[in-house]
Design a protein around this ligand. Structure first.
Ligand code: BG6
Length: 464
C-alpha cells in the first residue's frame, strides 16, 4: 500500500558530476583537483585520484542504461570547463569533448531520462587560478560567462534545465577557509570576495541563458546550494545569535542573492564592520539583482548546530566567520559514523518550509541527499547484491518529512539522491560509497544495490 504519494511528474533522480565520474581521459586542461592529485597524491584516500574515477567517459552508455534500471527519470551531472574549452579566452571548444557531451545527452534522452546540466562542480581549471587568482578574480567571471554561453549554444537544444554552480559555498570554504580544496588557503577576506564573485558569475550566466533560444522555448536555469540549517544549542540569546550568524553566513550568502537578488543586510553589516567586505560595483550589484534563478536546487546532508563562542576567537590567521559561533556537538545526535555527518531528516522539512515562507515558494527540488558508507562489500548477500537497507531507511525517512512539507504547500518538484553510481569523493576518493549502483574499483564492474531496486519501485509508484 502506498502511504506517501508525491505530485504528478515528480523528479525521481540522482546526481553526479563530471570530475567525479568521467575520469580524465582526453581532457584539454587540469582542474584544481587534477592538479592537487598530481602534486600531492598522498592527500587522497588510498592515493586514489580522479584519473579513472568511475570511467563514465568510456562506459556512459551502459551506465545510463543501468541508471534507467533503477527507475531514474532525471539525472544531474556537470560539464567540465577543463574538458569542454580548449581556449578559455576565445571560448574555442575541444571537438572530442563536444562530441562526448552530445553523446551523453543523447543517451540520457534515448533512455527517457531528463538531463540536468550543471556548469561548475568545484572544478575550476587550475591555470585560471595560477594566472588570474581563480574565483577571487573578476576576469575569471568573464571567462566563465564565455564558457556558459558555449554550453547553452551547444547543448541547449536538448538540455532544458541548467544549473550554474554546485555548492558555491563549499568552494569558498574549501579553497579559502578550511583547506579541503586546492589551493588550501586560510584567508577570510579572499573567501568573502570568492562568495561575491561566485554570486556574480551565477547571475551573469543566468542573464546569458535568459537570452537564449532554449529559455525562449521554456528552458530553465537555477543554482544548487548546500543548505545546512543552523540550530542553536539552547534558547539562550547568545546561542541564538551564534546560530543566526551561522545561518546568515553559511546559507543566506548564496540563497538570498540567488532568489531575491540581494545580500542579507546583516551579512553586509558584519563584513563591513570587520573590514572584510567584498569589492563590488553598483553595476555588479545590479546584475545580481536583475538575474535571479528560475528554480532552486537544495543539497541537504546535515544540520549545523551552533553555540555561542566559548573560547576567544583565534585571529592569528585573520578573519573567519567562526569569530561569531562555535560548532556544537549535540549529545545523543544520530551520526553517520563513516562520513562523520549528523543524520537529521526533519531539517529537510525545515528547509522546505523556509523556502515556502521566506523565498516566495520558488519551485525547488532536493538536488542532493544521501548517505556515504565505507566497506559496503560486507553487506553483499548470497545473490551478490549489496543489501544497503540503511540507505533505504535514510531515503525513506527524509522523504516522509519532504512529503509532509509538500502537503503543506512547499513547491518541491523532485528528489535526487547523491548518487547514481558510486563515484569519486574528492580527497575521500572511494572511501564512502553513496550510489544506488555499486562500483568494483578494480574491475569497474557495476551492480545495482538493493536500494537501486527499491528506488525503482519508489519512482514507478511515485511514492512508497
Ligand atoms: C556534496 C557534493 O557536497 O556532497 C558532492 O556536491 C559530494 O560533490 C557529496 O561528493 C558527498 O560528499 P563527500 O565529501 O562525502 O563526497
Amino acid at each position: 500500500m502506498i502511504t506517501h504519494k508525491f505530485p504528478e511528474g515528480f523528479w525521481w533522480g540522482a546526481a553526479t558530476s563530471g570530475p567525479q565520474s568521467e575520469g580524465r581521459f582526453h581532457k584539454a586542461h587540469r582542474n584544481v583537483f587534477d592538479y592537487w592529485y598530481d602534486t600531492d597524491p598522498k592527500a587522497f584516500f588510498n592515493e586514489v585520484g580522479p584519473n579513472v574515477a568511475s570511467n563514465f567517459y568510456n562506459d556512459y552508455e551502459d551506465d545510463i542504461r543501468l541508471m534507467k534500471e533503477t527507475g531514474l527519470n532525471s539525472v544531474r551531472t556537470s560539464i567540465q570547463w577543463s574538458r569542454l574549452i580548449k581556449d578559455f579566452e576565445t571560448g574555442e571548444t575541444d571537438p572530442a569533448a563536444v562530441s562526448f557531451y552530445n553523446h551523453v545527452i543523447d543517451a540520457f534522452l534515448k533512455n527517457g531520462i531528463r538531463p540536468i546540466m550543471n556548469l561548475h562542480h568545484f572544478d575550476l581549471p587550475v591555470e585560471l587560478y595560477e594566472k588570474y587568482g581563480g574565483w577571487t578574480s573578476k576576469y575569471v567571471i568573464d571567462l566563465f560567462a564565455i564558457y556558459a554561453k558555449r554550453c547553452f549554444e551547444l547543448f541547449g537544444d536538448r538540455v532544458k534545465e541548467w544549473t550554474t554552480f554546485n555548492e558555491p559555498m563549499v568552494v569558498a570554504e574549501g579553497e579559502y577557509m578550511y583547506q579541503f580544496h586546492y589551493p588550501l588557503l586560510v584567508d577570510g577576506k579572499k573567501a568573502v570576495q570568492c562568495i561575491f564573485n561566485l554570486n556574480l558569475a551565477s547571475a551573469k550566466a543566468i542573464k546569458i541563458f535568459h537570452e537564449t533560444e532554449c529559455a525562449r522555448l521554456g528552458g530553465h536555469i537555477g543554482i544548487v546550494i548546500n543548505l545546512t540549517p543552523a540550530y542553536p544549542r539552547s534558547e539562550d540569546s547568545a546561542d541564538v545569535a551564534a546560530a543566526d550568524f551561522a545561518e546568515t553566513f553559511k546559507n543566506k550568502s548564496f540563497l538570498d542573492p540567488a532568489v531575491k537578488g540581494v545580500f542579507p543586510e546583516k551579512l553586509v553589516e558584519v563584513l563591513t564592520r570587520d573590514n572584510v567586505l567584498w569589492d563590488a560595483t553598483a553595476d555588479e550589484m545590479k546584475t545580481i539583482h536583475d538575474n535571479t534563478v528560475d528554480f532552486l536546487g537544495v543539497n541537504y546532508y546535515q544540520p549545523f548546530r551552533a553555540k555561542a563562542k566559548e573560547t576567544k576567537f583565534d585571529d592569528s590567521k585573520g578573519w573567519l566567520p567562526n569569530k561569531y559561533f562555535d560548532t556544537y556537538e549535540m549529545p545523543g545526535r544520530r551520526m553517520n559514523p563513516y562520513r562523520g555527518w549528523e543524520i537529521y531528516p526533519k531539517a529537510i522539512y525545515d528547509v522546505a518550509i523556509n523556502v515556502r515562507d521566506n523565498y516566495g515558494n520558488i519551485p525547488w527540488y532536493i538536488s542532493e541527499n544521501g548517505m556515504g558508507v565505507e566497506g559496503e562489500e560486507k553487506f553483499i548477500g548470497k545473490d551478490g547484491v549489496i543489501a544497503d537497507d540503511y540507505r533505504i531507511d535514510f531515503i525513506r525517512e527524509h522523504l516522509e518529512w519532504l512529503q509532509k512539507a509538500i502537503e503543506e504547500g512547499s513547491n518541491c518538484f523532485g528528489y535526487h539522491l547523491w548518487t547514481p553510481i558510486d563515484c569519486w569523493s574528492w580527497s575521500n576518493a572511494y572511501k564512502n560509497r553513496y550510489g544506488l549502483i555499486a562500483l568494483a574499483l578494480v574491475t569497474q564492474k557495476k551492480t545495482i544495490k538493493k536500494s537501486g531496486r527499491w528506488f525503482r519501485a519508489l519512482a514507478e509508484n511515485n511514492g512508497f
